[in-house]
Design a protein around this ligand. Structure first.
Ligand code: HEC
Ligand code: HEC
Length: 204
């Protein structure tokens, strides 16, 4: 193999790694801006909201993007109910904001500068099974052939975009589930990685 062939992948990796630099400090600002602290605390100390929950405690054994995304995904409908009950407008954070929020939550658990844990490796074959077993395919399919369809063709999904869904078009999805009598699917971190790997293979 030529030296050039070796150097390129390394360079590309370095650039990608540099481009993705989650900013924990900005994550702390997002939590405030998005009103998360109306219901949650960060240190259990300043609980002003009845039943407030502390985001500074350990939320999952492993702080990887998939694991944290799953914790939030699984609680999403409960959070919406609470927001409707309190008349609060729904926060709307972008994918990158969620990356920063996760980096901040990670910084509360780990010595300063410790990067987030790696997500479990996604397996797209298993992802297809999850897409079927969790009922995603019942709605995300082409009307004619009933073949699985990407929830948003051309979009590159990550665990962060799966969380952002709960604060974006997710409510539409939730209404559709209620209409069809389907429960909000609960996912594991492995399911999340597998789903992301799979939906990214669906080009339409
Ligand atoms: C209107 C209140 C409310 C707001 C605003 C809110 N949450 Fe929550 N959140 C809840 C409730 C209620 C639960 C617990 C649901 C349950 O027990 O199933 C929860 C659960 C969670 C959990 C899981 C906690 C655990 O112990 O497993 C995380 C993480 C979380 N929220 C993060 C956030 C973030 C980040 C924001 C801001 C973008 C936010 N929440 C905004 C009410 C809220
Ligand atoms: C009952 C029907 C239904 C089921 C089941 C369902 N979805 Fe959806 N999904 C929707 C609807 C409706 C939307 C919103 C489309 C819109 O508003 O643009 C949506 C949106 C999405 C989006 C957001 C696309 C974007 O970028 O805006 C993702 C991601 C998604 N679904 C993934 C899933 C996954 C993963 C599952 C299975 C765990 C699933 N969906 C199960 C109906 C469903």
């Amino acid at each position: 193999m030529s030296l050039r062939a070796l150097v390129w992948p390394v360079t590309i990796f370095a650039i990608t790694a540099y481009a993705w630099a989650p900013d924990a400090q900005h994550g702390a600002a997002v939590l405030k801006e998005q009103n998360c602290l109306a219901c949650h605390t960060l240190d259990a100390g300043g609980a002003s909201y009845v039943g407030s929950m502390d985001l500074g405690t350990r939320l999952t054994p492993n702080y990887s993007p998939s694991a944290l995304a799953t914790v939030i995904w699984n609680h999403t409908p409960a959070m919406w109910q609470e927001m409707s009950a309190t008349g609060m407008t729904r926060p709307k954070a972008a994918d990158e904001d969620w990356a920063d929020v996760f980096a901040y939550l990670n910084s509360l658990q780990s010595p300063k500068g410790t990067p987030m844990a790696q997500s479990p490796e996604g397996n797209r074959v298993r992802g297809r099974l999850v897409f079927e077993e969790k009922g995603c395919v019942d709605c995300h399919r082409t009307p004619t052939t009933l073949a699985p369809q990407s929830p948003r063709p051309q979009k590159k999904f990550t665990p962060f975009s799966m969380v952002a869904l709960g604060w974006g078009s997710g409510e539409h999805m939730y209404q559709e589930m209620r209409h069809k009598g389907v429960a909000w699917p609960r996912l594991s971190a492995q399911d999340m990685s597998d789903l992301v790997a799979y939906v990214n293979t669906l080009s339409w």
